[in-house]
Design a protein around this ligand. Sequence first.
Ligand SMILES: *Cc1c(COP(=O)(O)O)cnc(C)c1O
Length: 462
Amino acid sequence: MAGPAATGAAPPTLPVLPDEATERVLASGLLPELAHAFGGPFHFLLPEAFDTNLRGMREALASAGVEGFVYFAKKANKAAVFAERAAAGGAGVDVASVGELCEALGHGVRGEHLVVTGPAKDPALLDLAVRHGALIAVDALDELDALVALADGGPGGRIRPARILLRCLPPGQPHSRFGLSEPELATALDRCVRAGGALRTEGFSFHLSGYALQPRADLAARLVGLCLAARVRGLEASRISIGGGLPVSYTDAESWRGFLAEQHSGHYHAAKTFHTGDFYPYHSPVAGAEALAALLATRPEGHGQPLSRLLSDSGVLLLLEPGRALLHQAGATVFRVQGVKERAGYRILTVDGTSLSLSEQWFNSEYLPDPVLLPQTPGAERGTFPASVGAATCLESDLLTWRKIPFPSRPRTGDLLVYPNTAGYQMDSNESPFHDLPLPPKVVMDRTGLPRPRWRLDRHFT
Ligand SMILES: *Cc1c(COP(=O)(O)O)cnc(C)c1O
């Protein structure tokens, strides 16, 4: 077995799948100009990739003969442009706070195309959701009661019926803090029947952690059954939401297998160990729209037909709430190397940002796809130069990458370091102005087919 003594061998790489638009931006010469203009790290967004991903999912639904509707899970990225693209592409947005709801409305998404998820929702959020005709995934009995009271009206009388889904606690994930247990679901259904016109009980929902298809197909089939039973009691029950969790492939199968087999603590700064089970699965045999197609073709346990048939035969509309999968290849993050320090057998680069711009550290994990080093002065020495990447902060553990990345040229101060494919969760979930460092701005790039892409800020500041 290789151990920390094997420092002579180069640590493993994890190359990303090729992406033309990203490569063209890297080759365009725009990134050094923007780094100069902003004087700090920044993100660039590729909304055309979002459009492509969305189109792929809608096509997967259509070719399986399934009527469906896609909501973009907004928590995966805060940029305004993705809400705009969702609206333009005929999708809705999944929101979980007043802020997200207002952002989505303000960027063109109609209230009826919002789904409101999250536990124990703020009364102000429920109020706005009902007024705007958003669909609300009810997570608890007290929330259901609050909605009935709200829809039945305060001083001004009834606002309008609250459109709801009942969120189910997945039987396979009984320790989840989300969703209604079976007895709670039975009580909720009784209350829905009793609530009459205050509620429109449109169906049921779930969100599973993990990325396996079979448990999603099984639970979806269960929810179709719940719809049929609820209809007998006079409830609408016309749709189910299967939440998010469509997997994304960042790298090819062989690289991922090789990486997992080879990596050991000697490959990380300070001999840090990560549990491989905590890493995001950076390769999936099917991903994105293909994973959706595979899910629809999956035969739920105890059924003779694929999920797609079950849905169409029951007249049940399929809702989904992908976040990460809609953002595949939709952006990247650019840092500047501020300093290079030599250590035994590797170096530590310090960049001009923090690990808060790469959220995996939040999960005792790290973002593994290889960043690209863009030398900014000619004559960089070629070879293999392993380096870890530290942040511009005074915290010992603030590393963007503990892994010793084997760079193909000697990293130098002033070089740019581009972390690819960061739009899904890696970009801004955890960002804060720690140390009074400014938040990295977001630059929207389009017309990436031209030699020089066009860019603008995601938001226009006044
Ligand atoms: C986080 C979340 C999603 C999005 O999950 P992805 O893995 O990004 O697709 C969808 N629905 C709910 C309820 C969520 O909490």
